[in-house]
Write a protein that binds this ligand. Structure first.
Ligand SMILES: Nc1ncnc2c1ncn2[C@@H]1O[C@H](COP(=O)(O)OP(=O)(O)OP(=O)(O)O)[C@@H](O)[C@H]1O
Ligand SMILES: [Mg+2]
Length: 597
């Protein structure tokens, strides 16, 4: 067996704060599969923009050509052309909206699925580190923000960028000298505008963060409702919620003030250049450098260009704000799983169940290890009990066996293969894990057991439930196996939940059984029966059990006492008793507790 030492040290990659442009390109990558639709939308946009210029052009021809000469034939001609142009604008707009919508919905769907897949790939450690409320907010605020960028901002920005450019080129061609009046207005805006842009983007970020905290607090307070009631702490919790709510509201007020000032200032800039246009327009007409028709067309187009520009800038700014909100989602998509799958895993044909921990160290943070220098060999078919004081690293040690985490030093081997070289799927198929905290999801009892093996038929499910001593209480439920379990299994007692989790594991029929205080909530009688059933069902297979009641592990082949993340003692039940060391002390403690109870 090769001696591999892995240094992983919880590499939740520290990600530098990404710049908004990078994030913007990232949001665009979602459009990649729909290039065809995107180009169609662009072409339709160009068509609409070009056709829209026809109206001021029509006014110009009317004022300069038709009205002075009273040429009705020409008037009729341009009226027909204008009608056709309007028809084109209407049809092109309908087609563009349909194309955009189709593209947006496809992208929105891809995005949801992408986030879900990413969440799955991050696995166990991610969920231990991030509260559900926070993950939930990723789905709501952040995914919605990106969808909004693709649904609303991107099409608007592209469309107005096109109409602005086309109109501006046209206006410059009409009279380039007069079009210089745009410059002071734009300069004026850019003197102060960016300050408001920056400030409002900053407050938008604050607002998004504050919303995320509020979401998390709301989620936590609903989840902990029972505990809060039991401790009479509803008011305390409500005060916390209210405080966060008020903070969010205050930020919201400042944010909208800033947006308002920004808009007002933009209008000042537009009207300032507008006044200049009238002054210089009058001058050019008097010098016969401009016809009245051209001036009218220019005026109409000036306001159109400024209108387009304003919408463009507003949308760009608001998009910037939304992009700030998507930073966390972007960072989330950049996370690498703590535990990564090797590209070409080694075959694990038939699992025999030999497990070796070699010089294993592990810590959740880089500052301290909770598992220290563990060397432990477990033979195929051996029954090993882990015991020790609470918080000393038992659960952490067995989490390494299913590769929920990788050791920071040393390695764990299964049948002589380093776990980092096996396929995660194959590894987890081989291990039946009953967690310390049982999570039942909100389906029926049957679904919760079937989870262990989706191909199992009703007979198998009932047999597993019987072995786990769960059948009787399940049958007493209102709809038996079809009873729906409330979120987190609220309608069942702790012991009942544990028995369902055991039935699930039995149905999985794994090569290795790992029980983390799996029967801790059962009474003595039920515990003994479930243990007997497990012994029979998994005879000859490796079993590792973290035990809370030392009296239940007499028949185990090996007992390992864990103290401060290290193996303090190891041996058979009898040998450890004789030694009168750490194990003996634990047993005495348990007896004293039982006597005092
Ligand atoms: N997900 C986690 N993130 C950070 N620290 C953790 C995490 N899980 C456990 N710990 C810490 O690691 C240490 C060992 O915890 P572990 O759950 O392995 O103990 P244990 O021996 O199983 O205790 P118990 O008997 O109470 O179940 C504890 O100090 C605990 O606070
Ligand atoms: Mg534990």
């Amino acid at each position: 067996m090769e001696q591999a030492t892995i240094k992983v040290r919880n590499q939740q990659r520290s990600i530098n704060k990404p710049n908004l442009m990078k994030i913007f390109w990232w949001t665009l990558t979602f459009l990649k599969p729909y290039r065809g639709l995107f180009v169609t939308s662009l072409c339709l946009g160009l068509m609409i923009a070009s056709a829209q210029i026809a109206i001021p052009k029509f006014i110009q021809v009317l004022v300069d050509g038709v009205l002075p000469s009273n040429d009705l034939l020409k008037y009729r001609e341009i009226l027909v052309v204008l009608t056709c142009v309007i028809a084109i604008v209407i049809i092109a707009t309908i087609l563009k909206h349909l194309t955009d919508r189709k593209m947006q919905e496809l992208v929105a769907g891809d995005m949801q699925i992408g986030v879900f897949q990413k969440m799955r790939s991050l696995g166990y450690s991610f969920y231990e580190k991030h509260p559900v409320g926070e993950i939930f907010s990723l789905f709501h605020t952040e995914v919605e923000a990106i969808q909004k960028i693709n649904r609303q901002y991107l099409p608007t920005i592209i469309q107005y960028a096109i109409t602005f450019s086309v109109t501006f080129i046209f206006i410059a061609m009409l009279n380039w000298q007069l079009s210089l009046v745009f410059i002071p207005g734009i300069l004026l805006y850019y003197l102060i505008g960016p300050y408001f842009e920056r400030k409002s983007a900053e407050y938008a970020k604050k607002l998004a963060d504050s919303h995320a905290v509020l979401n998390k607090k709301q989620y936590d307070s609903i989840s902990a409702m029972m505990e809060l009631r039991a401790y009479g702490q509803e008011k305390w919790n409500l005060d916390q919620l209210l405080e966060q709510d008020q903070k969010t509201a205050a930020i919201n007020v400042i944010f909208f003030k800033l947006i308002n000032y920004r808009g007002a200032f933009r209008r000042v800039a537009v009207y300032f250049s507008g006044i200049l246009m009238f002054i210089f327009g009058y001058y050019f007409i008097s010098k016969e450098l401009l016809t009245i028709g051209e001036f009218i067309a220019f005026t109409v187009l000036y306001y159109k260009v400024m209108f387009d520009l304003t919408i463009l800038i507003t949308n760009l700014t608001e998009q910037r704000v939304l992009l700030q909100q998507t930073i966390r989602l972007y960072q989330f998509t950049e996370l690498t799983p703590d535990v990564e799958e090797v590209e070409h895993p080694e075959e694990l044909p038939k699992v025999r169940g030999r497990i070796d921990f070699q010089d294993v160290c592990f810590g959740y943070t880089s500052s301290s290890d909770v598992v220290k220098n563990i060397n432990l060999s477990i033979q195929p078919g051996e029954k090993v009990a882990l015991v020790g004081t609470s918080g000393h690293g038992k659960s952490s040690l067995i989490k390494l066996l299913s590769r929920f985490y990788d050791p920071t030093e040393g390695a764990v081997y299964l049948d002589g293969i380093n776990l980092t070289r096996t396929s995660l799927k194959r590894l987890r198929e081989s291990i039946g894990y009953v967690f310390q905290e049982t999570y039942l999801y909100g389906g029926t009892v049957k679904e919760n057991i079937q989870f262990g093996n989706e191909n199992a038929v009703d007979g198998d499910i009932i047999a597993a439930a019987k072995a786990a001593k769960a059948h009787e209480f399940i049958m007493a439920l209102p709809e038996g196996y079809d009873t729906t379990i409330g979120e987190r299994g609220n309608k069942l007692s702790g012991g009942q939940r544990q028995r369902i989790a055991i039935a699930r594991m039995i149905l999985k029929n794994p090569a290795i059984v790992v029980l983390d205080e799996a029967t801790s909530a059962l009474d003595h009688e039920n515990e003994a029966e479930v243990k007997k059933a497990l012994d029979q069902l998994f005879k000859g297979r490796t079993m590792i059990a973290v035990a809370h009641r030392i009296s239940t592990i007499q028949d185990f082949d090996k007992v390992v006492v864990i103290e401060n993340g290290r193996i303090a003692e190891i041996g058979t039940y009898e040998s450890l008793l004789e030694k009168e060391g750490a194990f003996y002390q634990l047993l005495m403690g348990e007896k004293r507790n039982a006597a005092n109870a």
